[in-house]
Design a binder for this molecule. Structure first.
Ligand code: PAF
Length: 285
């Protein structure tokens, strides 16, 4: 069945209130559209736990830097609604920028420290923009559960911290990365890659697989592991390493020795396109 589409805060709140009035649990999947199988997996996870699933489609200007791809970010709205219909979404919230940021808008959410490392280094202001819009979307939709992909691991960690710090009544689920057959993590930005870049883009998954294997084999030096990943990227035509990092999952601080809950994260440029991928490991000494 086609989902209801709302564009205003009032209509969205009304539809959600009605569902809650009927005793339904509300699951929320915030997106910027250009939906793919990764988003579909989040919707499926939401459907499994919630009677009423809301997807927001909003390309959030506040999380794009001045040199980034806001204007050319893909916006295939009809296709997105079709995917939502197929996946059993009840409500699509599709606001215009002025609904989210009306004239005179002034407030911004910062999740200090966690926002400044990894992707935050090359995308200053990005995570403040993400935290701000997600808090607003939570306040508009008022979901019981919210679903995010592990592909954007730092985003997930930051939002988890925001939920904890601000006592938000939302339970967060972090869902596994969905990959193409050759291992490339699905991303709305993969459409920017040329045929050749698309082939070489598997280097992220290959590097992470290699690092994972080395950890399993007993390697505990974070420097040695990041060097292996960096070398693989350096040997790949068209690829330019942004960062390879081994960090503690909670603090996102760089580790010397791999131990505990560890995030191994990679960001690689192909031309102007920046791809990210990661693996989360529980490393027992
Ligand atoms: O992950 C995304 O698509 C976006 O960062 C989010 C969470 C929808 C906020 O705009």
């Amino acid at each position: 069945m086609a989902p209801l589409i709302t564009t205003t805060v009032a209509a969205t709140r009304e539809a959600v209130a009605q569902a809650k009035g009927r005793g339904m649990r509300v699951g929320f999947v915030p997106t910027m559209g250009a939906l793919h199988e990764g988003h579909a997996s989040l919707i499926r996870a939401a459907r499994a736990e919630c009677g009423f699933v809301v997807v927001s489609i909003f390309v959030n200007p506040a999380q794009f830097g001045p040199q980034e791809d806001l204007a050319r970010y893909p916006r295939p709205f009809e296709q997105d609604v079709a995917l939502c219909a197929q996946a059993g979404v009840a409500l699509v919230f599709h606001p215009q920028p002025q609904v989210i940021y009306p004239p005179g808008y002034k407030t911004r959410v910062e999740v200090r420290e966690l926002q400044d490392v990894l992707c935050g280094t090359s995308r200053p202001g990005h995570f403040g923009g993400v935290a701000t819009v997600v808090l607003k979307l939570f306040n508009i939709v008022q979901p019981d559960l919210a679903y995010f992909g592990q592909k954007d691991a730092q985003q997930a960690r930051i939002l988890e911290q925001m939920i904890e710090d601000l006592n938000l009544p939302v339970t967060m689920r972090i869902c596994p990365i969905v990959r193409a057959d050759d291992g490339l993590a699905l991303s709305s930005r993969n459409v920017y890659l040329s045929v050749e870049e698309r082939q070489h883009a598997t280097v992220l998954f290959r590097a992470l697989t290699d690092v994972h294997r080395r950890v399993d084999a007993g390697e505990r030096s974070a420097a040695a592991l990041t060097q292996c990943a960096a070398d693989l990227v350096a040997g790949t035509p068209g690829a330019r390493l942004d960062y390879a990092a081994v960090v503690d999952w909670r603090t996102l601080r760089t580790l010397d020795v791999v131990s505990g809950q560890v995030l191994i994260a990679l960001a690689v440029y192909f031309g102007p396109t920046r791809l990210i991928d990661n693996v989360l490991l529980e490393v027992k000494d």
